[in-house]
Design a protein. Structure first.
Length: 399
């Protein structure tokens, strides 16, 4: 069986490596740099396990190209893992890259099964099937963490395939085959629209949980209470449990902000209160953090100059190279709007300034110049200046 994976981001790379254990896989991407990286056995995103596999596993049947016809014409299965960013002007995902790959694949090949892994609006696959008069399009959501996508693909919490017929069974068997323990993976075959809803509701629940514990922390901080004691007591209830309970500056990254907004958009004709609250709660949390930081600055000893705030890392979370929609950026913008001087430490950022704030690559110089350092998560890099660090992190991790 020949497989093409369209898109070399963290979803595409993780799926390509998973499948290349047993079948020849061609990765198709419009970026020549990503193709060259894969040809040189280098990862296209930050994922330590993926990087190790590319270095140490010559048995992987993996190639890469920018040529759509060469990649699609002979493929038995095409996995679509291209970006679907949320467009605030249309109030929906921009699915143009997915639709483009689908058109190309259907035109180039009369028999391949198309598996959409990109996150899409509820009802998208059914509309695409009707538009192209075909049942060859299947939606199968991914449930991967950035920085650990290959690990999650090998050890999935579940495999969901939005097709209950023979094509769905074929896709399920293909995805299951590469898992570390295939017999133990829960498998769910659904209709395509239900599979799309599973993805958006799952991510919105995670965002709700982050928002809940952030608002718990906001309450505790406002009233001078010990957040850790409250969270420990709340999470001892087995119905609640301890995951996703570490306070932060807000939920961020590529998935949760856009997926919650897309689900809210899908509710346009459906009564709701909670989904809208999950979206707005994230902005409220950043407002609170920014105001709390301003109070901390006012409490600093007078220095004869305006205090400088340092932002430690722009990334969404530890182990990621993704700057998109990280919560600390929202706090940073709010502080800058109040006239606070901000500097940034981000060794993975190529530029010299970020939103008109200087970017430091030298950690020592950064720590020396910052009067207060914002860190969404604690890090040993800051242990020697712990007295300067502002964070809401209680547990030292992202979960």
């Amino acid at each position: 069986m020949r497989i093409t994976v369209a898109g070399a981001g963290y979803v595409g790379l993780a799926n390509a490596l998973l499948l290349a254990q047993h079948q020849p896989v061609t990765v198709l991407d419009i970026d020549p740099r990503r193709v060259a990286a894969l040809q040189a056995r280098q990862p296209t995103v930050h994922d330590e396990l993926a990087a190790r596999w590319l270095r140490e596993r010559p048995d992987l049947q993996l190639s890469a190209t920018t040529d759509p016809l060469a990649a699609l014409a002979q493929a038995d299965v095409v996995v679509v893992a291209t970006p679907t960013d949320y467009d605030p002007l249309t109030n929906a995902f921009d699915t143009s890259s997915v639709e483009s790959v689908v058109r190309q694949a259907l035109a180039a090949n009369a028999h391949s099964t198309l598996v959409i892994k990109s996150t899409v609006p509820v009802g998208f696959t059914a509309r695409l099937r009707a538009q192209h008069a075909t049942d060859r399009i299947v939606f199968s959501p991914e449930f991967l963490r950035e920085g650990r996508a290959l690990e999650d693909n090998l050890n999935p919490s579940r495999i969901v395939v939005g097709d209950r017929g023979p094509r769905g069974q074929q896709v399920a068997a293909l995805l299951q085959q590469g898992c570390a323990h295939p017999a133990g993976v829960p498998l769910l075959l659904t209709d395509p629209t239900e599979a799309e809803a599973i993805k958006l509701f799952a991510n919105t629940y995670l965002a709700m949980r982050v928002a809940f514990f952030n608002e718990l922390d906001t309450y505790a901080a406002t009233h001078g209470l010990d957040t850790r004691q409250i969270i420990d007591g709340v999470c001892l209830d087995p119905r609640i449990g301890g995951g996703y309970n570490n306070p932060s500056f807000g939920y961020g990254g590529y998935c949760l902000p856009k997926d919650t907004k897309q689900l809210l958009a899908n509710y346009r004709d459906v009564p709701q209160n909670l989904i809208a609250a999950i979206v707005s709660a994230n902005a409220t949390r950043k407002d609170f953090i920014a105001e709390d930081v301003l109070r901390q600055l006012q409490a600093l000893p007078p220095q004869g100059r305006t205090p400088v705030v340092g932002v430690y890392r722009l990334v969404m979370k530890q182990g990621s190279d993704n700057f998109r929609a990280s919560a600390i950026q929202g706090v940073m913008k709010r502080l800058k709007a109040k006239g606070v001087p901000v500097i940034v430490y981000e060794p993975n950022y190529a530029g010299d300034d970020f939103f008109h704030s200087p970017v430091f690559k030298d950690l020592g110089a950064f720590k020396q110049q910052a009067d207060l350092i914002l860190a969404n998560r604690r890090h040993p890099d800051l242990d020697d200046v712990a007295h300067k660090v502002y964070t809401r992190d209680l547990f030292g991790g992202d979960a």
